[in-house]
Design a protein around this ligand. Structure first.
Ligand code: GAZ
Length: 272
């Protein structure tokens, strides 16, 4: 199924953590150095994979030809940077490297905030999530203003911090679609807006599209993550078949009546 000479990354469909690795390799011009294998998260994990991971199911996981296994996207990212050192993407000067790592240290709270917001089912909690999300963007804005007030990126060009955050900026299109949440066009967010736009404009981040994200994450908007099946449904929105490009766009109102398998183009046949 796989060749045994290259490292292999196993990941779930539209996984933002795995896209970080794809972006890093694209920045290096080394997209062929690592093989990527998408695992169908709606099915039990294959035995060969569980044997390699020691039973854990979270992905991405990097499987090395010599038997080594690396988990956690930021650790894998660092490994790839060191295993394929040319061209370097991470900063090399110690202080700049620390600045880069300080910004990357924000990714956990930022990511969790956006995912909790999209998965929230309580309409009355929405205002609180908007405030938390804006607070996260404000932190990024302050950090960028402090370390590079006039630039677009953290340093001169798209680098490691951008590889970490861009997949989340893309996933958070689901907040625009399902929550009507956008980063305000005000001065207070001007610096982080410039960063986000510069990140999204880079052609080396085109591994996934807005349409794929919105369609595959519909079940997250219903509060069901990681391939879990919403009540009353037979097929997950993150399933391989039917292909997302052949399905209609899901309803925007995530708090209204849930769409059926049929509405979502997940099963053929008459509406029940
Ligand atoms: N910290 C790890 C990394 O590699 O950086 C995270 C990996 C991870 O969460 N992988 C998930 C997975 O493989 C898919 S992505 N799950 C299957 C399994 O069997 O464990 C994130 C959230 C969240 C819900 C979902 C996700 C997400 O909050 O993107 O918050 C950050 C899962 C409710």
């Amino acid at each position: 199924m796989t060749d045994t000479t290259r490292p292999l990354v196993c990941h779930i469909p539209v996984c933002p953590f795995s896209q970080r690795l794809e972006i890093l390799l694209a920045l290096k011009g080394l997209t062929e150095a690592v093989e990527f294998h998408v695992v169908d998260i709606t099915q039990p994990r294959p035995d060969w994979l569980l044997k390699r991971t020691g039973g854990t199911t979270a992905m991405p996981v990097l499987l090395l030809p010599d038997g080594g296994v690396i988990k956690e996207s930021l650790v894998i990212l660092r490994y790839l940077e060191e295993a394929f050192p040319e061209p370097a993407i991470a900063r090399s000067e110690p202080y700049e490297r620390a600045v880069e790592r300080m910004l990357i240290a924000h990714e956990g709270p930022f990511t969790t905030c956006g995912y909790r917001f999209v998965m929230n089912r309580d309409r009355t909690a929405r205002t609180g999530f908007v405030a938390q999300m804006l607070d996260e963007y404000a932190r990024l804005d302050a950090f960028l203003r402090r370390h590079n007030p006039d630039g677009s990126f953290l340093f001169q060009s798209f680098g490691l911090a951008e590889a970490v955050f861009t997949p989340m900026f893309m996933r958070f299109w689901f907040l625009e679609y399902f929550e009507g949440f956008k980063l305000p066009e005000t001065d207070a967010f001007a610096r982080v807006r410039r960063w986000r736009e510069a990140c999204l404009a880079d052609p080396r981040t085109r591994q996934v599209s807005r349409e794929e994200i919105v369609k595959l994450y519909y079940d997250y908007a219903l509060g069901y993550g990681n391939g879990a099946l919403p009540v009353g449904r037979q097929v997950s929105s993150i399933a391989f078949h039917p292909h997302w490009a052949e399905r209609p766009w899901p309803p925007r109102d995530k708090y209204g009546p849930a769409a059926t398998d049929h509405d979502l183009g997940l099963i053929a046949g008459p509406q029940q």
